[in-house]
Design a protein around this ligand. Structure first.
Ligand code: SF4
Length: 460
C-alpha cells in the first residue's frame, strides 16, 4: 500500500465519522441542489446542450495541437507572450523570471486550481514574494493555511461562525461579525493589496483559439481587477481548457454557471485578448500566458482517459458523489478531488501511488449522470482499476485473492463447497476489512444450486 493510500484511509475514516463536518457540507450542497434546477430552466433541452458541449470539447481535444498554435498566433499578434511549460517546475521558473524582471514583491491572485496544482503560493513565499488570494473563499483558506476544499467553493466546509472565528484570530476582528461585515473586512484588506501589487496572476476557464483570448468567469469581480489593475498580468492555464471559437462561450458560460453554482450566468465574465493596446487607458502593460502540460499529455495519449480532458471544472460531480459527501475534499490529498480528481490524478501523477482513489467509489454513476459535459466518469474509474491491475500495481495478496474468487465464481462445484457456517466463519473472522465498516456477512444455509434443484423438483 502506498503512503498516499494509507493517508487517504486514515483521513477518510476520521472524516466519515465527523458528524459536524457532514452537517456543514450537507447544508451547503443542499443549497446548491436547490439552485441547479433554476439554472437548468434556461435550456430548452439540457441533455442536448450537454451533448453539444461534449462534442465541442471532443473536437478541441482531438485537434489540441492546432488549437493551441492558433491561440498562440492570435494572442501574440496583440502583444501577449505565450510560454509553454511541460512541468510544474517549468511554469514556476517562468513566473519567477517575470517576477525578478519586474522587481516584484507583491502579487494578487484570483482563484485558479492550476496554481494550486503547481503549489505557486508556497513557491513564491520561499522566494520572498507575497501572493495574496483575492477570491473570498480562497482568501479564507489562505488565512487558515489550508488548500481549497472544493474546486468551485474552496471554503465549503466552513460555516459562517467558523469564518467569523478565523477572522477574529487572524485579523483581530470582533468574533460575531455577520457574513456581510466579514466580506467588507476582506474587501478593505484586499483593496490595499491591489494598490501594492506589481503583478496579477489568474487562471482561465477557457482558452479561445479563434480569437486568441482567454475567458474568465467569476462572481466577485476580483478576477477582473487582478487582470486589469497591476501592470503585469500572468495567466497560468492547463492546455486542455481550449475551445475552438468565441461563439462556443454562448453554450459553455451558461452551462458552467448552471452546473457550478446553479446561476443562469455568473456575475463577471471577461474575455481577455492581450495587454493594453495603443490608445487604451485600462489594462496591464504586459500579459503572459503560461500553457501548462504537467501530465495532461499522458491523459491525451490514453485513448480511454482522454475524455476526462473535456472537464470544465464545474464541480457538479463532487456535489453528487456519496463518497465526497462523506469524506470531504481534503481527505483526497490531491488538487482535484471527487470523481474527476479520482479519474485524472493517477494519470497526472502515478497510477501506482494514486490508484486507490479509483477504488474509493460506489460506482453508482451519479457523477456521470450530473456531469455538465457528459464524461463517463464511473466508466473511467473502472478503466483506471483495469489499468492498475494490468500494470500489476495491485498487491500480491490482492491478485491471489481475486484469482481465487474468479475461479470460484466460474465453477459451480467450488461455489457449493463448504457449509454456510464455515463460509460465515471464514469471512467474518479472517477477512477483517470486510467487517470494519459493515455488519457481519451471513450466507444462506442452502446454496443457489440446492434451491434451484428443489424448485424444479416441486414444479415437476
Ligand atoms: S467531470 Fe464533469 S461534473 Fe465533474 S467537474 Fe468536470 S465537468 Fe464538472
Amino acid at each position: 500500500m502506498s503512503d498516499q493510500s494509507s493517508t487517504f484511509l486514515v483521513k477518510s475514516t476520521i472524516k466519515s465519522a465527523d458528524k459536524e463536518h457532514r452537517r456543514k457540507i450537507n447544508f451547503n450542497i443542499a443549497r446548491y441542489n436547490a439552485m441547479v434546477p433554476q439554472g437548468k430552466q434556461q435550456f430548452t433541452d439540457i441533455h442536448l446542450a450537454r451533448e453539444k458541449a461534449k462534442n465541442i470539447k471532443w473536437k478541441a481535444i482531438e485537434t489540441l495541437d492546432k488549437q493551441l498554435e492558433l491561440f498562440e498566433t492570435n494572442i501574440t499578434r496583440r502583444g501577449a507572450k505565450v510560454l509553454w511549460a511541460e512541468t510544474a517546475d517549468n511554469a514556476l521558473e517562468e513566473v519567477l523570471k517575470i517576477c525578478k524582471a519586474k522587481a516584484c514583491t507583491t502579487i494578487v491572485k484570483s482563484k485558479s486550481m492550476v496554481t494550486e496544482e503547481i503549489h505557486l503560493n508556497k513557491f513564491l513565499e520561499k522566494n520572498n514574494i507575497e501572493s495574496v488570494e483575492t477570491d473570498l473563499g480562497e482568501y479564507i483558506q489562505q488565512l487558515d493555511d489550508e488548500p481549497p476544499y472544493h474546486i468551485v467553493t474552496p471554503a465549503m466546509h466552513k460555516s459562517k461562525e467558523d469564518v467569523a472565528k478565523l477572522f477574529a484570530e487572524k485579523l483581530g476582528t470582533a468574533p460575531e461579525l455577520t457574513p456581510t461585515e466579514l466580506t467588507l473586512v476582506a474587501r478593505g484588506k484586499l483593496r490595499e493589496k491591489y494598490r501594492q501589487a506589481q503583478i496579477g496572476i489568474t487562471g482561465a476557464n477557457f482558452i479561445i483559439s479563434d480569437i486568441g483570448g482567454i475567458a474568465i468567469t467569476e462572481n466577485e469581480g476580483n478576477g477582473r481587477l487582478t487582470c486589469a489593475y497591476p501592470k503585469t498580468h500572468i495567466v497560468i492555464v492547463g492546455i486542455e481548457k481550449v475551445i475552438p471559437s468565441m461563439t462556443d462561450l454562448a453554450l459553455f458560460w451558461p452551462l458552467l454557471s448552471t452546473y457550478g453554482t446553479g446561476q443562469k450566468i455568473t456575475s463577471y465574465n471577461s474575455i481577455i485578448t492581450g495587454p493594453k493596446q495603443k490608445g487604451e487607458e485600462d489594462g496591464p502593460e504586459e500579459m503572459y500566458v503560461i500553457l501548462l502540460d504537467n501530465g495532461r499529455t499522458n491523459i491525451l495519449s490514453n485513448v480511454k482517459a482522454r475524455e476526462s480532458l473535456y472537464c470544465i471544472r464545474c464541480g457538479a460531480c463532487l456535489n453528487a458523489c456519496p463518497v465526497y459527501k462523506n469524506i470531504g475534499g481534503h481527505a483526497y490529498d490531491t488538487t482535484y478531488s471527487g470523481p474527476i480528481g479520482s479519474v485524472i490524478t493517477p494519470h497526472l501523477k502515478t497510477m501506482d501511488e494514486w490508484k486507490h482513489l479509483s477504488y474509493a467509489s460506489s460506482l453508482c454513476g451519479n457523477c456521470t449522470e450530473v456531469c455538465a459535459v457528459k464524461i463517463n466518469l464511473h466508466e473511467l474509474l473502472l478503466d483506471n482499476r483495469n489499468e492498475a491491475v494490468k500494470q500489476k500495481s495491485s498487491s500480491f495478496v490482492e491478485r491471489i485473492a481475486w484469482n481465487f474468487w474468479k475461479k470460484a465464481m466460474l465453477k459451480r462445484s467450488m461455489m457449493n463447497m463448504g457449509s454456510a457456517r464455515l463460509k460465515n466463519y471464514m469471512i467474518n473472522t479472517f477477512v477483517k476489512d470486510w467487517k470494519r465498516h459493515r455488519s457481519e456477512l451471513h450466507f444462506p444455509t442452502k446454496t443457489f444450486n440446492q434451491m434451484w434443484q428443489e424448485k424444479n423438483k416441486k414444479s415437476n
